[in-house]
Structure formats: structure tokens, C-alpha cells
Design a protein around this ligand. Structure first.
Ligand SMILES: C[S@@+](CC[C@H](N)C(=O)[O-])C[C@H]1O[C@@H](n2cnc3c(N)ncnc32)[C@H](O)[C@@H]1O
Length: 476
């Protein structure tokens, strides 16, 4: 067994072929010829078109008029291949295309014969172009339409001004070469630029395009380069307009986060996250990430600390995201946080998340409302402010009760439900532990044994408790 990866043949050699100032002959003057002109001129080739005037496509005619290409007004002749570096045929005449293809092969001139894949030395790839950035997709002739679709998907995932970003990074590379010209230090130079790219990430690099005073910007970067340090985005870019967003991360499945939340996470300079947010979601963060400390039984100091982290970022002009489990305004102290920021002059943007109060029951196949079974759902907490017991609702046969943070309170909750709120002891309950996560568990029982289940089944937080006839609506 070797340590090297197996090589899978059957592909093409994918290269960025430089044909600036080389002679490219295009045979034909129709739609395909118009596309070929664009491809060749993007690469600064010298293009000659050989095609009779009748049948010239409007765009080809336009390129001739503007002198972007040289035109020979007649059908192809063999001598046209003299001193040519590349040939692209774009003819309807299949036999003539093949003949030209064979001639090129004899003379070892690279050729693309439109619509005759076996005669092509190379294919044109579906291309996205934004300044210096070119993204090309090949399906090796098997699915041109699919190549277009793949290319569109990839290009849409990039920041809008990718071309400008690359141009600025190119300038930075040139500057670094100026600061450290010695060839033997090329590794140091490239290493530093690579680490800058990795630390800033694509979304943050977009701020390169906002720099006004380039001299001051490069002077500041130079001091970091000389110390071989990588600056944080907020250390070198002009402050953006500070902003704070409270974002719901959903219950734990990375696919259950909104598209808007994903974008905010990518664009943020600073993300201050609740604990227990799954890693794949945190991997979306390109800026600085700070995670709440675990403080046993004393969550208030940790809460104060993370709000202070947010404020620090805001004062530096950063775009700050406060990432919260589930929905930020469902038992997530979101309301209190809004007031806290508002008092300090910042109005948070709110991005909803999927709350475990609803995704938990759904994961267990429990419809929290259903005609003839449950016409209302009440969401409450098992742990009120400063540890008080919540004010639970009276029993109603068509009411679903969802209790968050109930695990440590199961016995007290049961007592209140049975003794004060008239719940029958056989009323169905479900505990849904780690809903929407790989380790999810659903444990069914009744009010009579809801606390015993916690012991017997070693149920731990986070878990949602659902009480009511809806628990068995789909299973009975
Ligand atoms: C501080 S509250 C936050 C609720 C959150 N804002 C929401 O909308 O889901 C924490 C409680 O949410 C519930 N919870 C959060 N994520 C959960 C999950 N994946 N599975 C079960 N319960 C969850 C548990 O009851 C946990 O004790």
C-alpha cells in the first residue's frame, strides 16, 4: 500500500493557457465564432477570422468593425494555417471541419473543432470572469449545460466584488516583495501573505475595497509584516459602521439555520456564541469567535461577560453577531439583551431561529396542534427567574404544554401539574433530549412517571418536555 493518492485518469489537463499576442485563427463567422472571439480576446490573443461576408453574425461583424479582429473575407484555404498558433473551427460544414482538423493535426497546431469532440485537442470550459478571477468548469464534453449550472452555483457563493478583492491582494503581494526583496526570503513573504488570507477569510477581505488611504493602510500592514504578525481585520481596516445582530442558531442541526443567519455569520467581524453551538455552525465564522464560558450554576457573570465582549467589538466599529441557541427571543434572554444594547445606543437586528420548543416535538413526531386533538400550545420554562417555579396552565384535554429547561425540575413540575393544575396521571408526556442532533432521544411516558423517567433513563439537558394528548396523536 502506498501513501500516495490513486490517480484517476480520463480527465483533461486543466491549465490556464496564456495566448497573449499569439495568432489564433477562427474559421467561420456565426454564433459559435462570436463566442470563440470573446474567449480568445479575453486572453489578449491576436485573432483572425476567415469567413465570407454572407452569413457573418452581427457580433462578429461588430468585432471586425471595431478592429478587435482581423478579417479575411473568403472561405478557408489551407495556406491560412501558416504561422498560426491555434485554430478554432466554427463551421456548419462537418466534412470541411474534419478536413481542417486533420490538417492541423499534421502540422501539430492545437485545434478545437466545434461539435466534433474527438477532433478537439482542448475544450472550452464554462467560465465565470470577474477581473483577474476566472472560474472554469469542465465536464469533459459530457454535460455543457451542467457545467454552466455548476459554474453559476460556484460563482454565486463568492462575495460580489471577488475580482476587486483579488486585485487588492495582488497589490499586497507586490508590496510585500518590495518590503522584503531578497529571494531567499520568498518563503517568509509567501507564508505571511498566506496566513493573512487564512486569518481574514474571503468575506472580511472584501473590506480591502473600502480602504481610502492606501499609503497609511500599507504602512500599518508593514509594521505587522516586519514583526511577522498577522493583524486582525479590525486592527488595519477603517472601522465599519458598528452593528449588532441577535441570531438564532436553531436547535443544533447545522442545516436548520437560516440562509440569512449563515450570511451574517460569514460577514461578522466578531461572533459571540452561546456554549454548545455545534462546530459545523461555528465553522461558518470567518471573523473572531468567542464562546461563552461555562459557569456552574452561576450563569449571570458569564452572561455579563459576553455582553461586554459584544460592546467592546461595537466600540471598535465591528459588525458583531450574538449567536444564540434556538430562537433568540424564546427563553434565550434575547429581550433582555435587546434592552441592554439599546441602553448603550445600539439597536440589534433580529434574525429568528428555529426554536427547540417546536422542532423538539416535531422531531418526536408530535403535532403540537392538530384538529380534534390539540387546539392550543403553551410554551413555558421549568425554571423561572432566580430559580422560581413557573406559573403552569390548568389541564385542558386539547392543550399541549411544552416545557423547556425542565430536566432538573421534573419532580416539582409533576407535583404542580397533578395537585394544582388537575392533570390526569395518565396524561401522555414525552421527553426529547438533544432534539435535531445526532444523539437525539425520545422517551415516552405519562405525567405519573415523568420524573421517574428522568432518573431511570438518565435524561440530561438539553431536553424538551411535552405534555398532552398530542404526544400520542400520531402513534396511536
Ligand atoms: C436557555 S433555553 C434556550 C431555548 C432556545 N432559545 C430555543 O428557542 O430553543 C435552553 C433550553 O432549550 C431547550 N433546548 C435547546 N436546544 C435543545 C435541543 N437541541 N433539544 C432539546 N431541547 C433543547 C432545552 O429545554 C434547554 O434547557
Amino acid at each position: 500500500m502506498s501513501n500516495y493518492p490513486p490517480i484517476e485518469g480520463g480527465g483533461s489537463l486543466v491549465v490556464a493557457y496564456r495566448i497573449a499576442d499569439k495568432n489564433v485563427l477562427i474559421v467561420g463567422g456565426g454564433n459559435v465564432a462570436a463566442q470563440r472571439i470573446q474567449s480568445a480576446k479575453i486572453a489578449d490573443a491576436r485573432v483572425t477570422i476567415v469567413a465570407p461576408a454572407e452569413g457573418l453574425n452581427d457580433e462578429v461583424q461588430y468585432r471586425i468593425n471595431t478592429k478587435e479582429v482581423t478579417w479575411i473575407d473568403r472561405p478557408f484555404q489551407d495556406a491560412d494555417l501558416d504561422k498560426v498558433d491555434m485554430v478554432l473551427t466554427a463551421l456548419d460544414d462537418h466534412d470541411e471541419s474534419l478536413r481542417i482538423g486533420h490538417l492541423c493535426r499534421e502540422r501539430r497546431i492545437p485545434v478545437n473543432v466545434a461539435d466534433v469532440p474527438p477532433m478537439c485537442d482542448f475544450y472550452f470550459m464554462s467560465q465565470h470572469r470577474d477581473g483577474p478571477v476566472q472560474i472554469a468548469v469542465s465536464t469533459n464534453g459530457q454535460g455543457p449545460k451542467l457545467a454552466n449550472m455548476i459554474r453559476t452555483t460556484v460563482s454565486e457563493a463568492l462575495p460580489a466584488n471577488m475580482g476587486a478583492i483579488v486585485k487588492h491582494m495582488g497589490e499586497l503581494r507586490a508590496k510585500v516583495r518590495e518590503w522584503e526583496p531578497a529571494i531567499e526570503n520568498s518563503e517568509k513573504r509567501m507564508g505571511w501573505v498566506t496566513r493573512v488570507c487564512e486569518k481574514w477569510g474571503l468575506q472580511q477581505m472584501a473590506r480591502l475595497t473600502t480602504v481610502q488611504d492606501h499609503d497609511a493602510f500599507y504602512a500599518s500592514l508593514r509594521t505587522y509584516f516586519e514583526k511577522n504578525e498577522i493583524p486582525a481585520v479590525s486592527d488595519v481596516f477603517p472601522p465599519a459602521t458598528p452593528s449588532i445582530a441577535l441570531i438564532g442558531a436553531g436547535p443544533g442541526d447545522p442545516e436548520l439555520i437560516t440562509v440569512k443567519a449563515q450570511r451574517c455569520l460569514k460577514e461578522a467581524d466578531l461572533v459571540v456564541s452561546d456554549r454548545l453551538i455545534p462546530q459545523p455552525m461555528l465553522d461558518l465564522v470567518e471573523g473572531e469567535l468567542r464562546i461563552a464560558r461555562k459557569t456552574q450554576g452561576k450563569s449571570d457573570p458569564a452572561q455579563d461577560e459576553l455582553l461586554e465582549w459584544c460592546l467592546e467589538g461595537l466600540k471598535k466599529g465591528q459588525r458583531v453577531v450574538r449567536l444564540k441557541i434556538g430562537d433568540p427571543l424564546v427563553f434565550g434572554r434575547g429581550g433582555e439583551e435587546i434592552l441592554w444594547f439599546r441602553e448603550r445606543g445600539y439597536e440589534p437586528e433580529l434574525v429568528p431561529g428555529i426554536s427547540s420548543a417546536f422542532s423538539g416535538p416535531m422531531a418526536a413526531g408530535i403535532p403540537v396542534t392538530m384538529r380534534g386533538v390539540s387546539d392550543q400550545v403553551i410554551v413555558t420554562t421549568g425554571r423561572g427567574t432566580k430559580g422560581s417555579m413557573p406559573d403552569l396552565p390548568d389541564y385542558g384535554s386539547s392543550r399541549t404544554l411544552v416545557v423547556l429547561m425542565a430536566v432538573g425540575r421534573a419532580a416539582d413540575l409533576k407535583t404542580i401539574l397533578c395537585e394544582q393544575k388537575h392533570y390526569p396521571s395518565d396524561c401522555p408526556v414525552a421527553w426529547i433530549e438533544n432534539a435535531n442532533c445526532p444523539q437525539e432521544r425520545v422517551i415516552l411516558g405519562s405525567v405519573a412517571n415523568m420524573d421517574a423517567l428522568v432518573q431511570e433513563q438518565a435524561i440530561v439537558a438539553p431536553a424538551v418536555l411535552v405534555v398532552g394528548n398530542s404526544v400520542r396523536a400520531l402513534s396511536e
